[in-house]
Structures are given as structure tokens and as C-alpha cells.
Design a binder for this molecule. Structure first.
Ligand code: PLP
Length: 380
């Protein structure tokens, strides 16, 4: 059994995919070819924002947004404590300071109450200037934008939506990657919409920021490639990856998103009451980058992972450490207990195999193994 079966997906899409890749090879337009602009237009339309700019990966996408906003030393950027390292790394790259915010135990996403407390604390300490909230749509579920937007407005902060895992999700029909003042996604192969290497995209309705980020991604170009008006980076999406993404995007829209939701619903209906299953609030829709359960403690979690492994069932721990415990952030001197929920989750979460092509019989093997483990090793 595969954790996320990308080869199965390739085999289903093979005729179209092979044609798209070979056509790109034959076209000669390997950098910023026709497929790049076509993909950007398709994605902007799907997300329902004015502008989409593709780039080399999701981390660069986040970083380009912070650069466009001129985030710098002395600025505070609020980041959930339970996320992939990139979400905070990009803040430090601009010499600003990430302020870690605890998350909600049901949704795994940034907790609005902890966010407001962190903003107030930062204002009172007078050392850093609050500027941006980076929300993460963790495991495919959009963050709590109705409340977070209110807080952002109250304190005059910008929202950067890290939708690296969230593409395809929505709240009451409004799509993920449209909630931020700038939003981003990643096309890393295992993300909800992945390519065959690295890729990323930025979404916004703001024309000025779009033109800055469009310039930044190509060495700060001005009116043409050899007119450089600012210091930028080299962060383009390859034409080949854009061509691959166009094929995958169709499958994603047509049936993959629906299929993965069916798989998640089966897991939840079978596992409810046996382990803590992920909660999708009313009106929210997840793209299920991960299906993550929570055990009672670390012993049970590690025990279950070993038990599944014995039966040939892969599972992953996303994430084994909250951000504030990362060695790279030790000089920020956070103490144990500063994010009780993020700390608990890093001990107790386990992500199960899920993807649009998983069979019902594979799902059954997984949940039956979990039930068996529970009967054998966890007394009621
Ligand atoms: C994967 C990921 C990123 C980074 O994306 P890359 O394309 O790998 O650079 C950023 N944030 C989150 C939450 C992610 O899961």
C-alpha cells in the first residue's frame, strides 16, 4: 500500500500526460512557454482571483509575497506553531521575526483566540511591529478566515494565506487561495495539486503587488529582461511542470477532489468513536492533503504507527515538533508549554494513507488494523 500513490495517478493519466510532456520537449519553449500563462489563467479563474503568478516552489511564493510587502527586520509575522517549516522560514529569510501562535485541537489550524493574545502581547512588548498573519490551511482544511479576517482588520494586519496544502478547499463556496491579501500554493508532488518536481503559485487581486512579484521572480526585471529595477530572485515555473499541471488540474477538478473526499468520509464514518478523527466545520470543504487522526498520548500514537508498519501500512507524523521547538528557532527562547495544543498534537497525531485513487478495500485494511490495535492494546 502507498501513502500517496502518485504512480497510480500517472498510469490513469498516462496518454494525456505523455503527450503533454513530449509536446513541451518538441516545442523548445522550456522557460516561460505557452503552458505557463495558460495554467496561470486557469488557476486564477478556478480560485476566483484577478491574478495568478506561478513560481519555482511554495516557499518562494511565500517569500515573494513578504518581499512585495517589504517585510523586514523589526517586523512581527504571526505563524501557526504547528506547520511545515517553510511557513516561518520565509519570515526569518527577510530578517523579520516569526511569532508562533497555538492551534485548535479539532481543526489543527491557527486558533483565533491565541492569535489575538499573541498580537496584544507583541504590541505591549513594543519590540516588534505587527505586520502580517500567515495562516496555514493545514492538511487541506482552510483556516478560520471569518474570525481571522476580523482580527486582521482590527489590528490593521495583512493576511498571507499559506495554501500549500489547501488548494481545492473552500468555505461556503469561496475557494482556498482567495482568502489572503496574497495567497500561495505549492505544487510539490504530494500536495493536493502536485507536479513532477517543484512548483508554486501566488494569488491576489492586487495589481501593484502582482507587478512587483512578477518582477521579483525574474531578477527584478523592469520593462524587459535586461532592465533590472530591483534585486529579485530566479523563481519561474518550468514550462514542463506547467504542462504537467494542466493535465493534473483537469483530473483534480473533474473527479480527484471528489474522490479524496469520499475516501475521507469513509475513514471518518468507520473511525469515529475509535480514535479522534479530523473535524471539518460546517460550511468548510477540505482537499485532504492529509487524513490525520489524534491518539490519546505518544505511547499510543507510536504504538499504532509500529503496528500499522508491521502490517505493511505506511503512516506519517506531520509534524513531530512544534515550530518553537525547532533547533533553528532556539534563540527565540520559547518555553515548553507556550503552545500546549501544538505540543500535544506533535506527540499524538498520525496521518493515514489517502489519495484520490485509494481503493475501498485499502481503506478497510487500514481502519480494521486500527480497530484491532485498539482492542488489543488500549483497554477501555
Ligand atoms: C509544502 C509546504 C510549503 C512549501 O512548499 P514547497 O513547494 O515545498 O516549497 C509551505 N507551507 C506548507 C504548509 C507546506 O506544506
Amino acid at each position: 500500500m502507498q501513502f500517496r500513490d502518485l504512480i497510480k495517478q500517472y498510469n490513469v493519466l498516462k496518454p494525456e500526460m505523455d503527450k503533454a510532456m513530449l509536446d513541451t520537449a518538441a516545442s523548445g519553449g522550456y522557460i516561460m512557454g505557452k503552458a505557463v500563462k495558460e495554467l496561470e489563467t486557469m488557476l486564477a479563474e478556478y480560485v476566483d482571483v484577478k491574478y495568478c503568478i506561478s513560481c519555482a516552489n511554495g516557499t518562494d511564493a511565500l517569500n515573494l509575497a513578504l518581499k512585495a510587502w517589504n517585510i523586514k527586520e523589526g517586523d512581527a509575522v504571526f505563524v501557526p506553531d504547528f506547520t511545515f517549516f517553510s511557513s516561518a522560514e520565509v519570515v526569518s529569510l527577510e530578517r523579520a521575526t516569526p511569532v508562533f501562535v497555538d492551534v485548535d485541537a479539532d481543526t489543527y489550524n491557527m486558533d483565533p483566540i491565541s492569535l489575538e493574545n499573541a498580537i496584544k502581547r507583541t504590541i505591549n512588548e513594543k519590540k516588534l511591529k505587527p505586520k502580517v498573519i500567515i495562516t496555514v490551511d493545514l492538511f487541506g482544511l482552510p483556516a478560520n478566515y471569518p474570525l481571522i479576517r476580523q482580527i486582521a482588520d482590527k489590528y490593521n494586519l495583512l493576511i498571507l494565506e499559506d495554501g500549500a496544502q489547501g488548494f481545492g478547499g473552500s468555505i461556503n463556496g469561496k475557494m482556498a487561495c482567495s482568502f489572503g491579501d496574497i495567497s500561495i500554493t505549492s505544487f510539490f508532488p504530494a500536495k493536493p495539486l502536485g507536479c513532477y518536481g517543484d512548483g508554486g503559485a501566488i494569488f491576489t487581486d492586487n495589481e501593484e503587488w502582482t507587478s512587483i512579484m512578477d518582477s521579483l521572480r525574474v531578477h527584478g526585471k523592469g520593462s524587459f529582461k535586461y532592465d533590472n529595477v530591483r534585486i529579485g530572485v530566479n523563481s519561474r515555473l518550468d514550462t514542463l511542470q506547467a504542462a504537467i499541471l494542466k493535465v493534473k488540474f483537469n483530473a483534480f477538478k473533474e473527479y480527484e477532489l471528489e474522490k479524496i473526499n469520499e475516501a475521507a468520509n469513509i475513514y471518518t464514518s468507520k473511525l469515529k468513536g475509535i480514535v479522534k478523527t479530523p473535524i471539518v466545520p460546517e460550511g468548510y470543504y477540505s482537499s485532504w492533503a492529509q487524513y490525520t487522526i489524534t491518539l490519546k498520548n505518544k505511547e499510543q500514537r507510536d504504538g499504532l504507527q509500529a503496528y500499522l508498519k508491521d502490517k505493511g501500512i505506511p503512516s506519517m507524523i506531520y509534524y513531530p515538533k512544534p515550530m518553537h521547538e525547532q533547533t533553528a528557532y532556539k534563540e527565540l527562547s520559547y518555553k515548553k508549554g507556550s503552545s500546549p495544543v501544538a505540543e500535544m498534537l506533535s506527540d499524538c497525531v498520525l496521518s493515514l494513507p489517502i489519495h484520490p485513487y485509494i481503493s475501498e478495500s485499502d481503506i478497510k485494511i487500514v481502519f480494521e488494523a486500527i480497530c484491532e490495535f485498539k482492542r488489543k492494546y488500549i483497554p477501555n
